[in-house]
Design a protein around this ligand. Sequence first.
Ligand code: MYR
Length: 184
Amino acid sequence: MPPAPKSGDALFASVDRVNAELFTLTYGAIVRQLLTDLEEVEEVNKQLDQMGYNIGTRLVDEFLAKSNVSRCVDFKETADVIAKLGFKMFLGVTATVTNWDAEGTSCSLVLEDNPLVDFVELPDTCQGLQYCNLLSGVIRGALEMVSMKTEVTWVRDMLRGDDAYEMRVKLIKQIPEEYPYKDD
Ligand code: MYR
């Protein structure tokens, strides 16, 4: 007997799942190709970060347009926006914001579920590989477009045996936006 036709919602859910799997597999293929081409794991890490940065500088416009988010009052609000809305919009998961420093300029984004690594196992030869560097680059690029210079690094990685994915986001400098008109 042929399977019952899917409802609209079920169809969209399965299309989303296939898109997510395609994205995960495509990313894996890109990392594999970079490993072949660049040979050095450190070079691959840099390249993934740069690719992410370039994506982030473009992605931020789509994010701001779709989310209707306006300027955040401080970096804490920005971190929440990324964790709850940004990750949800582009990865389908949310992150937890934690481990703030006293100044409120450094925090961790913790992902328990990371769609980028489904089906991934790192061979021993790739131990120094920062597999998810694309993601940290995306955050860095996106924030630079809204005047925040940041450093984003991975401090926990389940592919290396940690219990979660944790990236540290450190605000280095907030570039003041220039007001385009002179007050007379
Ligand atoms: C502000 O502080 O002015 C609000 C700016 C919020 C920027 C949020 C950038 C989100 C980038 C999406 C992250 C995607 C992760 C996969």
